[in-house]
Write a protein that binds this ligand. Sequence first.
Ligand SMILES: Nc1nc2c(ncn2[C@@H]2O[C@H](COP(=O)(O)OP(=O)(O)OP(=O)(O)O)[C@@H](O)[C@H]2O)c(=O)[nH]1
Length: 541
Amino acid sequence: MVLTELGTKIIESLKKNQGAKPEHYIETTTQICKALEEANVSTDIIKIFKRNVLKKSIGSKKDTKINMQKIVVNELIEMLDPKTKPAFHPIRGRSNIIMFVGLQGAGKTTTIGKYANYYRKRGWTVGLVCADTFRAGAFDQLKQNAVKVHVPFYGSYEEKDPVKVASNGVSHFKSKAFEIIIVDTSGRHRQEKALFDEMANIRKVVKPHEIVFTLDATIGQAAFDQAKAFQQEVDIGSCVITKMDGAQGGGGALSAVAASGSPISFIGDGEKFDDFKKFSAEGFVSQLLGMGDIHGLIERFEASAIDEKQLIKSTTKMMEGDFTLRDLKTQLEALSGMGSFSKILEMIPGMQEMLNIRANPDDPTQTVSSQMTYKFAQMDRVLKSMSKPELDSKTVFTEESRIKRIAHGSGIKQEDVTQFMHSFKAMMAMFKKMGKNGGLMQMMKQMTSGAAGGGMPGMPKGMGGMPGMGGMDPAAMMAQMQQMMGGMGGMPRGKGGKMPNMAQMQQMLASGQAKMPKGMGGGGGLGGMMKMLGSMMGGGK
Ligand SMILES: Nc1nc2c(ncn2[C@@H]2O[C@H](COP(=O)(O)OP(=O)(O)OP(=O)(O)O)[C@@H](O)[C@H]2O)c(=O)[nH]1
């Protein structure tokens, strides 16, 4: 079972059994354990989870108001937390040497590209050294990755001794005072003496500050033995678990590594260089259960090359109902600078359930998420094809000649560009109207103030409200929602192509109590805005 399915099953079990009798707790726990089993989590780990959940629910005599959700969330975190945090943190002003090890095909070279990208975006100088002389084409692959993430590389086509290449490469970047020097080592198909000897020899020479073990999530529970073996042989500092996107064994691998006690520094969840995030058990469980990962979102926001002043200005203008297409463009650029669009959306508290809603009843691959990603890319192209005066215009233009030119430049159908302009016009009018009543900010505040006391009671700080369980006033919210969506085509459709019901609508709007960072327009800001922007290019295509 893939992780998104696991998350959905746990949410369903929690929602279904909201009773307070022991049989309810037992039923919920049994259902969740079954889902964990299907997600390849080992029976020993599940046994511990079950024992703890039941002890804290039916076994608790002191607590009269049992909060099953809180117990389950805490136990999931406990299950996925290796209890040891990665000890290594790069230090500014010195050359931090990081050596990557792992079996062949685990995703090491790709992960090195992601790791380099992660630190480069945060202002570090990064250099890559290819000491994998074993696999033909390894140097070329590393070179390609280095070029894509804009960092220099070092390697040799002639030198076959990996120890020499590693040593020369590290000296090369050290002499230039690079802050992060990453050494790629070769993999083997299985754990074997030759592999460990080679790693030990490279290690002796380059003296790394950190050894990162790259591990493939698809191996599931076998991750336990692999992590232990590498820990013993090369004394790894932390693990990166790759291929967590859709991996059948993802749950098994993650829980197994946690059980092995190896610290997990990052997880890779896609083939793109931005599909990489710092691991925290809290953030992971939060996102698994559709509650977003606000810390991860803030981290991405801070690392992106966003012109914060410009973003604050455009957000303020939007909130006040006085904005142009350029402001919209600024908002979209801010989003795309944060990485893969669908991954960003998933991190926003309260968004996930809405994102998983089917956008087209006949096509299971078309979800609100895939549709929004597609529409945002279209919107981006339309905006990029506009002239400066068009972007700064205070009035919305719909002249055929302009629309034709923009359609041609963006490769988007003329009727879609027209629809975009009409939607933008409606949006402007609506924001203006709202501006008189305190603006979007005021509305967002009203909409989320109820949720602040609601959400999932007792959730760890930073974890947004459980969709559909918030304490908003549904009637007021529905009225606001209808007002907002009036005139804007493409309202996401629920199953069977129907309008979402009240519960779904609530899920769509619940933005949790988590505070957005500066520039994201706290109290719903960017998250709320994105929900609305998502409807601008029209619906189900
Ligand atoms: N879906 C997905 N694919 C990934 C991820 N990380 C790596 N891959 C893919 O996994 C495959 C193997 O990755 P490599 O980086 O070549 O593996 P490697 O461990 O360097 O291989 P060796 O150099 O032979 O040891 C490639 O097709 C990558 O695109 C991930 O997080 N998600």
